[in-house]
Design a protein around this ligand. Sequence first.
Ligand code: FES
Length: 915
Amino acid sequence: MDKPATKDLTAFILNGNHVQCEPRPGERLSESLRERLGARDVKEGCSAGDCGACTVLLDGDPVCACLVASQQAAGRRVETLAGLVREDRDAQTLMTRFQQHQAAQCGICTPGMMVSAVALLRAEPHPSAEQVQDALGGVLCRCTGYRKIIDAVVGAHDGTAPAPVSQELGQPTPRFDGQAKVDGSERFGDDVAPQAALVARVIRSPHPAARFEFGDLAAWQAAHPGVYCVLSARDIPGQNLFGVIPGFIDQPVFALRHVRFRGEAVACVVGEVEAMAALDLASFPVNWTQEPAAMEVAAALDPDAPQLFEERPGNIMCSGLVQCGDAETALAAADHVVEAAYTTSFVEHAYIEPEAGFAEMVEGRLHVHACTQAPGMDRAALAEVLALPQSAIRIVPTAVGGGFGSKIDLSLQPFIALAAMKTGRPVRMTYSRVESLQSTTKRHPAQIRVRIGAKADGSLSGMTFDGDFNTGAYASWGPTVANRVPVHASGPYALQDYRARSRAVHTHCPPSGAFRGFGVPQSAIAQETAFDLLAEKLGIDALDFRLKNALANGVPTICGQVFEQGVGIRACLEALRPAWEKAKSDCADFNARHNTRKRGVGLASGWYGCGNTSLPNPSSFKAGLTAAGEIVLHQGAMDIGQGANTVIPQIFARAIGLPVAAISVLGADTDITPDAGKTSASRQTFVSGNAARLTGEALRSAILRQVNASETARIRLEAGRLLVEDATHVKELDLSRLEPDAEGYVLRAEESYDPPVRAMDANGQGEPYAQFGYAAHLAIVEVDIPLGLVRPLHFTAAHDVGRAINPLLVEGQVQGGIAQGLGMALMEEFVPGRTENLHDYLIPTIGDVPPIDTLIIEIADAHGPYGAKGLGEHVLIPTAPAIFNAIYHATGARITHAPATPSRLRAALKEAGHA
Ligand code: FES
């Protein structure tokens, strides 16, 4: 039997106050600070000292609180962000600068970053960028790309903070929800549970394929006082399945008798905090019988491979196709053809906040507080699992410490919801870093073959694309990837003869799902690196080759869709020309002087259709005017760090004709905000932005009608009075004569927006998206030939965003996306059972991301709110191929497998003739 350990009193000074607590022997300081002393400003991302989110000052020195036993703090001085920003001038300065520079996006890493920066500034008041990189090197950020963090810390004492700017649309205003992120008061999934909450932990499969039987669960529970219940498949009141695509709802909440991937849930144990902390899950009574597993696409496609689903023969879950013209004939007629094969690896989202939250029953209804990208989808899926009407479920999203696609899917929600219903008590859960890596979705590994032809004049002549994507054990967003890739695999180029096929193939791996780009970053690696080979064969400059073939207004895409306006790829490519010409010359100069280190420059383009592919994709908003003269916007678009909480109010304010500061914003909550859809597919600025615009316009019209004012009149709010001013009059709307509705609004507006798309036919011809965004990246790298190391030196990124609603947030998205693309290109490779933590699974650190120039291109889109286009996915699509093209330019070594780890690069260098 597991017994709670005896505890001793530990006393220390926390943020200037004498405190004491009773930690268990060996308890981490991070846990004592958060759970016993309420210091929730200390964040935990890994419990292993890898991410640095929990950095505090111990006697003035930065340490990971998760690596310090609480007893080691006895008699010492502990400082956390919340205490520092109250008393410390450096911390207060950083608080301002982090906001002004947009150095905090989701904000989960920010306490660790700022605490580390305070320690640096105490020792070195005027640090260089290199000193900042050294001092903050132990703290990981997955959102920002680090450059703005460096900018915020360098010069903190120089009085060089940017001047305040207007908050209105088009201005680079700091995010409106930024203060909580920089003062430590932001509440993420693990920060919100009540003290009395029970704790749930999941029993997971250690094998990728196995049958299993439980032992005597009742006896095991009885032997563990403090354990309230053990939940398994038999406890699910509704459908023991979840998923995200109709027709592909296939993942059990709890596996029944057999598992399909390592990390799959089979049971959940719920109990009191101390009992659960003492619990050794290895004692849980379950017997496993391993079965053969197919871990890779080739193995899964073998005729003798174990079949994951009877109804999906050959382990092929689904496929996608786009074809136009006659690709084979065009390739046969081409003067030059490049044929190449590429493979990519699983990529982990690696947000710094693991999945976390709590659930409780409130007056007979289920409330779920957790990090999510899709509250409406969570509610619908939970209703099916729990056999509840959706009206009986309230989803209250917490702040989200990064998502990037994976937090669209359910993770812990069914477990805590079921446990709260069973026990009647609040139940909390936070995934360990290991179970987050083991069990949540990944970017699809891909095996791709392309053939691309061109005429001697440089015009494209035929392309074929065949891609198999490892979709893992369950569907998740695999069907979306299979459908989206063929639509994008051409890149933003004109091709009359094209055929692209994709397949999503089941394996005994974690489900692959949504990850920034939905398969397009993988296909862009193949197409954009093959383009460089083709340009070389043609003897044409790589930029000129792309420009010759780039799409333009009025030119059909490979789906036959014609955009008469808004096609911005040429402008992106042209914007890179000065940097391109200079980099080619600089690299040649450098290479003439060095033998073992070589520099190269590479280009790549990208495009991305914003929103769902040929499917309904609505967002809904509402807003109201209260009797007290307050304008309230119900903003349900999840902000996962990208900035919806800022951009959407900027759009709404412009539409209604008031300053942003005059708008009160209510955040996402399924009880109070209409469904703004999921935060994914670069849709929130475009789709939700349009819904917010329409809502603002409707409420404005309702106000103007009340006083018979013209559409051009100006609305003003002054001390609770609503004034409408036109060329000749100022009229006051008498709010007291209007009857408030049940929500207290005397006037209200509710509007939806669904992008106009048209279904694709069997050949993928149609209008899959109402708008695309466009991008082109330029990467300069240095290759250490003997070591096989690549060091990116500089990026220039041109992005057509239609209209930059907030240029500061655009830069943040671009820099963060490039950092993720850099990771995908050079280091990130999830291997089930091998890289299940953040010291084996490597993501870029602050020392890995070089300076980035962001060139904002504004080719307005007729469908976008004030011309805006989506951006979230585009930002990493060209990055990896630009790096690979730069490596080729530097060395002649072709990279055909991502990531280009040193061993792979060394092999490619040898093949290219380097010793
Ligand atoms: Fe750094 Fe999100 S802002 S992890």
